[in-house]
Ligand binder design. Structure first.
Ligand code: PLP
Length: 447
């Protein structure tokens, strides 16, 4: 590389694939066979050559309103010209309050106070930190233990991976947060091929009682779960499970956190999973769909008593020592307001609820394929477990994603040998059918 060029910020190699280290990607393989996306509109991505790729995953479960929607694009453009940044500590701008009010209105019960971050990972860490600080502020400072769940995903911060339950996301990174423990996951073999929530498994919530017996309630600050586990392959909660968790948390003074990064903003057909399941957590995280994936934004919503527990110090004293330079960034706020308008004006949450049934019917037609080990669905999301290739776990999943892009013009999401689909809410019945037929063809093409 030319040093003068490098110093001046210029580059002699304008598109050096080696310069970018891609996350959660086999980089050597990708750079041999790049899967590029250069443009998007509504339900499609486009390759640099102009090939349309059906977005069966709403990007990464985030582009809920579809891509490059005109009102959202315009709002971001106008905001960039009006206020590009405003400090988020000690100062604020009006749209931050407006977005917070809109989210508080959508959130059930007295989940009334919103703290902004920039991603789901930051949202998860923010929720865990607020839970710890809340316990301390109410005189329960021995409650320092955080409980997550096997197969849970709460992003990639140290807090999130400590309570998360995906072994590869944890094992490389040292001892993690002291005292974190885990509930068992809810994927029971007897529930294979269940449509929606399984009847069996609510008793798994009672394992929280075992953790309380083991550690004592006085050491436990919070429990965090995704209402349905998304990243490990759409694991719906067994019927009654979330209610049971709520009861046990109440009994023992434990803060219940729902990580609604995927379930928030419509995927269950309601604004949040909490509303869908009729269970109110104490803290709820969100990200992704809040801006329909357009500008990074995440955050948490907390119940009134939690917010108020922090409002007790001297008038000039900071109430929570936490935050980010880009908290409530003006571009993210503009994008969020425009996204919430689109969701409301087009009835997109309701549409997601209707399409959920279409997806359920379509995806379960894959049952009986020799390579299909299980099928699950929850809201407008579904997953298919592929029988792993003996000796090469993950290979068939990886091949499925690759063949989707190169041979079937579809974007699929994989975790090991599980294919997930979670389309934007503007998806049509035909496009759901097309997605399932693409998966069928891909499975049939696998070795
Ligand atoms: N929490 C949940 C439930 C998620 O599904 C995700 C991302 O998929 C995250 C947190 C992390 O979000 P981000 O990638 O924006 O940090």
């Amino acid at each position: 590389k030319d040093m003068a060029d490098a110093r001046s910020g210029g580059g002699t190699v304008p598109n050096d694939l080696e310069a970018l280290w891609l996350p959660f990607t086999p980089n050597r393989q990708f750079k041999r066979e790049p899967r590029m996306i250069s443009r998007a509109k509504d339900m499609h991505f486009y390759t640099p050559e102009g090939r349309a790729i059906l977005d069966a995953t709403a990007g990464l479960w985030c582009s809920n309103a579809g891509h490059c929607r005109e009102p959202i694009v315009r709002a971001i453009q106008e905001q960039a010209a009006e206020l590009d940044f405003s400090p988020s500590f000690q100062f604020a701008h009006p749209k931050g309050f407006e977005v917070a009010s809109r989210i508080a209105q959508l959130a059930p019960g007295d989940l009334d106070h919103v703290f902004f971050a920039n991603s789901g990972s930051e949202a998860a860490d923010t929720a865990l930190k607020i839970a710890l600080a809340y316990q301390r502020s109410r005189g329960e400072g021995t409650r320092v233990r955080l409980i997550g769940r096997e197969r849970g995903y709460h992003g990639t911060g140290f807090g999130g991976i400590s309570v998360g339950g995906m072994p590869n996301n944890r094992k490389f990174f040292g001892p993690l947060l002291a005292g974190a423990d885990h509930l068992p996951h809810t994927h029971l073999p007897e529930n294979r091929f269940t449509r929606g929530e399984p009847e069996h498994g609510a008793h798994l919530a009672d394992r929280l009682e075992d953790l309380v017996a083991l550690h004592d309630a006085s050491t436990i600050a919070a429990v965090i779960v995704e209402p349905f586990a998304g990243s490990t392959g759409v694991l719906p909660p067994p019927k009654g499970y979330l209610k049971r968790l709520r009861e046990i948390c109440d009994k023992h003074g434990i803060v219940l956190i729902f990580d609604e990064v995927i379930t928030g903003f419509g995927r269950m057909g309601t604004a949040f999973g909490a509303e869908y399941w009729g269970v109110q957590p104490d803290i709820m995280t969100f990200a992704k769909g809040v801006t329909s994936g357009t500008v990074p934004m995440g955050g948490v919503v907390v119940r009134k008593h939690i917010y108020e527990a922090f409002q007790t110090g001297a008038d000039h004293a900071i109430d929570l020592f936490h935050g980010y330079t880009y908290t409530a960034h003006p571009l993210a706020c503009a994008a969020a307001l425009a996204s919430l308008d689109v969701y409301r004006d087009e009835g997109l949450f309701e549409r997601a609820g209707q399409m959920a049934k279409v997806l359920e019917d379509a995806i379960h037609t894959l049952k009986g394929h020799p390579l299909v080990a299980d099928i699950r669905n929850c809201g407008l999301a579904a997953a298919v477990d592929i029988v792993p290739q003996p000796g090469s776990p993950g290979l068939r999943g990886f091949e499925s994603m690759k063949r989707g892009y190169f041979d079937h013009d579809i974007m699929l999401r994989i975790t090991a040998d599980t294919i997930a689909v979670s389309p934007p809410f503007i998806v049509t019945e035909d496009q759901i059918g097309q997605s399932v037929e693409a998966i069928r063809a891909i499975l049939t093409s696998l070795d």
